[in-house]
Design a protein around this ligand. Structure first.
Ligand SMILES: Nc1nc2c(c(=O)[nH]1)N[C@H]1C(S)=C(S)[C@@H](COP(=O)(O)OP(=O)(O)OC[C@H]3O[C@@H](n4cnc5c(=O)[nH]c(N)nc54)[C@H](O)[C@@H]3O)O[C@H]1N2
Ligand SMILES: Nc1nc2c(c(=O)[nH]1)N[C@H]1C(S)=C(S)[C@@H](COP(=O)(O)OP(=O)(O)OC[C@H]3O[C@@H](n4cnc5c(=O)[nH]c(N)nc54)[C@H](O)[C@@H]3O)O[C@H]1N2
Ligand SMILES: [Mo]
Length: 766
């Protein structure tokens, strides 16, 4: 029996050396997650990549050959793969330079610090001279750019939030925009040892705390909250928040002392709320017409918030949308108006329901990790501009006050991510991926991204290799011993890069002469020396232990309590040192879609807009309940909710009836960008006029039409439209669509098996 860490929890497993024979949640986890069932069932699935492959066209016609994503693959030996790829990498670096290589390689990969895929690919490409990188994330593309201007940093809210334990003791009212989703808080980057969502929410409720969940889905908060459910039109929270601010101002409930001492720019903002410039008072009646929430409820909620110790929680999803800057900024502004920032149980939070680590106290120390080296290339893109970059080399674009230029990319290297899962407007991405001369992908599975590569190199799963790891803010550091041998002839990313580096002549720089076992020991012992704590055992003792507890110096932190106590001594890292309700910096950028204080700006795609006449349903493309993103989509738990193999879409009974749809029907979801099939689930836990299709179903395009996904990936429907000129973040959460019955025979899926391969050509090249 051995324990193993995943992003979604810790499990104990038995193995026969080949496969896991039994999997149980770790004894220490009070709220284990069913996602662990996906691992064993997926490991030897037919979609596992068993050996190296090269796309037929690339093999026969060389770099730049057309047909990427539509052609069969040729199985090759590792020797052939290494020979061809090391030659191609050398050619591209020699002929076009490091700035022609995109190695951003966004993606979650697996838990485990040494085999962390992004660290390995970045370290490898740095040894070759560097690569064009990405900044920011799909998760928090807007937050990471906005929050430094408003409160000095995003990390404050993510890594140093007021602890959930403090909310349990002190919060009287939690107003949760985007809910407090139990599915999302089951996951945390790097792993979760003890899930506690239901526990902390239940304990707060038992003490008398009230929860208000503002979200299109009733189940965006656990039943333990006994929450009131308010369901505004998606994308309209900004109007609701402005009206709450208007009531606080008009009814004398705003904390003037707090605003004077700790913030700048309130006057300009409140002038806008009062309608001084545009003649529109942003009162509850105004907000009712935009949000659909009754003016009376908005008014009383503002009073309840002012009367109680109130935590305003904004989920990450609200900023992963058009105009995503606005509700995030307004959450901070409302908390400032209530004057409770820095007090236990009050103030502002961002992502208590989005990731398990938010609201866990920060650890006193990090864990060992491999250094990525230094990048010889300065050029970068905001991560969600990948398709724009590939399609528009040389074109300029805005980002956070700068005017940047897209580089001319010849080679794309992806290791540990799935852009044909995570990016928006997948048909456009398909066209963008035709541009580079060569695409290289390491993955364990035949994802749509692997199918869009020229070189497909089979990586091990984390259960097939030795590693160690701990999630962000998680108190437990786990050894992760290999549970089985690798599937097929797959290899660790480290081993693949090590061999390539050797052939290109930078082997020593990359491996430093160490095996995996030597690296694990070396990094651990280096860390142990830095930590200098007699309670930390040597490597051998750690390796044979279940886990090592990591200290948390302050177990019950309150966000910005030091700033509140002494704002001169503990200023924020903003230009004024205070909370910026008006940011002169952002105002100076002059972006029409992002002025100097939060405002209501209509999104392009929302139920109150013109395009809703043709596409009258708001698609919520949120995170999946039965998996992490697209990972292990072929696993048992993920498959258990599919309908005729298609991803489930949820619809309100009235909307289903209006379209003559019945529970379990296969439906076609469509808009002007694309269409997909899905299996219908009728559910009154969803707001009318909303359809929920989570992300994660592997993109399975019709061979003749990349805009049509047979499986149910919502990213054929979402727009590749930046959340704002400021952030250039992803806006994939929402899109407008229509739904109709699927007519005709059900097309077979191709993505649940391996792609077409051509063995005969292999003979000629091996
Ligand atoms: N419409 C819409 N789209 C979204 C979102 C949304 O809300 N709506 N959310 C976005 C967000 S927040 C995110 S974070 C992204 C997530 O997007 P990704 O992080 O790209 O998604 P994953 O499915 O986790 O992709 C990880 C890949 O790494 C592979 N892998 C696992 N371990 C290893 C390893 O050790 N080595 C190698 N080489 N490969 C490995 C897995 O098989 C998988 O294919 O999606 C984004 N996309
Ligand atoms: N099980 C599971 N957990 C995960 C992940 C996963 O793939 N699977 N992914 C992880 C990752 S990488 C991330 S970044 C986080 C993301 O965390 P979040 O971004 O918070 O998660 P989502 O599920 O995308 O969205 C949460 C909810 O927001 C609501 N919502 C959408 N639009 C609106 C709106 O306009 N207004 C309001 N009020 N509510 C709205 C939706 O109903 C949705 O269910 O989740 C993490 N947790
Ligand atoms: Mo994310």
């Amino acid at each position: 029996m051995t324990t193993h860490l995943t992003h979604w929890g810790v499990f104990e497993a038995d193995s026969d050396g080949e496969r896991l024979t039994s999997v149980r949640p770790w004894r220490g986890d009070p709220e284990p997650m069913a996602l662990i069932e996906n691992v064993a069932s997926a490991q030897h699935h037919p979609t596992r990549i068993d050996q190296p492959y090269v796309r037929q066209g690339w093999l026969e016609r060389g770099p730049g050959a057309t047909g990427r994503g539509d052609e069969p693959f040729v199985p090759v030996s590792w020797e052939t793969a290494f020979e061809l790829l090391s030659g191609e990498l050398s050619r591209v670096y020699r002929e076009h330079g490091a700035e022609s290589v995109y190695g951003g390689s966004y993606g979650w990969a697996s838990a485990g610090r040494f085999h962390h895929a992004q660290s390995q690919v970045h370290r490898f490409l740095n040894c070759l001279g560097g690569y064009v990188r990405h900044v920011n994330s799909y998760s928090l593309g807007t937050s990471e750019v906005l929050l430094p201007h408003v409160i000095g940093s995003a990390e404050l809210l993510l890594g140093h939030a007021t602890a959930k334990s403090v909310l349990v003791e002190h919060a009287e009212l939690v107003v949760a925009f985007g809910g407090l989703s139990p599915k999302n808080s089951a996951v945390s980057p790097g792993g979760v040892s003890r899930h506690n969502t239901k526990t902390w929410i239940g304990a707060a409720r038992a003490r008398g705390c009230r929860f208000v969940s503002i979200s299109p889905l009733r189940d965006d908060i656990p039943a333990e909250a006994e929450a009131e459910w308010i369901a505004p039109r998606p994308g309209s929270d900004t109007a609701l928040m402005l009206a709450l601010a208007q009531v606080l101002d008009a009814d004398g409930l705003a904390d003037k002392e707090f605003l004077d001492r700790y913030t700048v720019g309130y006057d300009r903002f409140v002038g806008y709320v009062r309608g001084e410039a545009d003649g529109v008072v942003k009162d509850p009646g105004w907000a009712e017409s935009i949000t659909g929430v009754s003016a009376e409820r908005i008014r009383t909620l503002a009073h309840e918030m002012a009367a109680a110790r109130t935590m305003i929680s904004v989920s990450w999803s609200l900023q992963r949308a058009e105009r995503g800057v606005q509700p995030l900024w307004l959450g901070v502004v409302l908390a400032a108006m209530l004057g409770q920032i820095g007090l236990p149980g009050g103030g502002f939070g961002h992502g208590y329901g989005s990731s398990a680590h938010v609201g866990e106290p920060a650890r006193g120390r990090s864990v060992p990790r491999v250094r990525q080296g230094s990048n010889g290339v300065a050029t970068f893109i905001p991560v969600a501009r990948i398709a724009d970059m590939l399609l528009n080399p040389g074109q300029t674009f805005d980002y956070n006050g700068a005017l940047l230029v897209y580089p001319d990319i010849k080679l794309v290297y992806w290791c540990g991510g799935n852009p044909f899962h995570h990016h928006q407007d997948l048909a456009r991405l398909h066209a963008a991926f035709a541009r580079p001369e060569t695409v290289v992908v390491h993955d364990a599975f035949w994802t749509a991204t692997a199918r869009h590569a020229d070189f497909v190199l089979p990586a091990t799963m984390s259960i097939e290799r030795d590693d160690y790891g701990a999630g962000q803010n998680d108190r437990e550091f786990f050894p992760m011993k290999a549970l089985t041998r690798p599937h097929g002839v797959s290899r660790d990313d480290y081993a693949i890069f090590g061999e390539l580096a050797e052939r290109i002549g930078v082997g020593k720089e990359f491996t430093e002469g160490r095996t995996v076992d030597e690296w694990l020991r070396h990094l651990y012992e280096q860390w142990r020396a830095e930590v200098n704590d007699p309670a930390v055992p040597d490597f051998d003792e750690f390796w044979d232990s279940e886990s090592l507890a990591l200290p948390t110096p302050d177990p019950d932190p309150v966000l910005l309590s030091d700033f509140r106590a002494d704002p001169e001594r503990f200023p924020l890292a903003t230009p004024s040192g205070r909370i910026e309700i008006f940011s002169a910096t952002i105002d100076g950028f002059g972006y029409a879609d992002c002025p100097g204080h939060p405002v209501w700006l209509e999104p392009e795609e929302w139920l109150g807009g013109a395009s809703a006449a043709r596409f009258p349903l708001q698609l919520v493309a949120n995170q999946p309940r039965t998996k992490l993103h697209s990972q292990l989509d072929v696993g048992a738990h993920s498959r258990s909710v599919k309908i005729a193999g298609r991803e489930p879409v949820r619809l309100h009974p009235d909307d289903a009836a209006a379209r003559g749809l019945r529970d379990g029907d296969i439906v076609r979801i469509f808009n002007d960008r694309g269409s997909c099939l899905a299996g219908l689930v009728i559910d009154d836990a969803i707001r009318p006029q909303v359809a929920q299709l989570s992300t994660g179903a592997w993109y399975d395009p019709d061979p003749a039409d990349p805009t049509f996904c047979r499986h149910g990936n919502p990213n054929v429907l979402t727009a590749d439209r930046p959340a704002s000129s400021l952030s250039q973040g992803c806006s994939g959460q929402l899109a407008l669509v229509e739904i109709e019955p699927h007519r005709g025979p059900l097309p077979e899926l191709a993505v649940d098996g391996p792609p077409a391969t051509i063995a005969s050509v292999a003979q000629r090249f091996s």
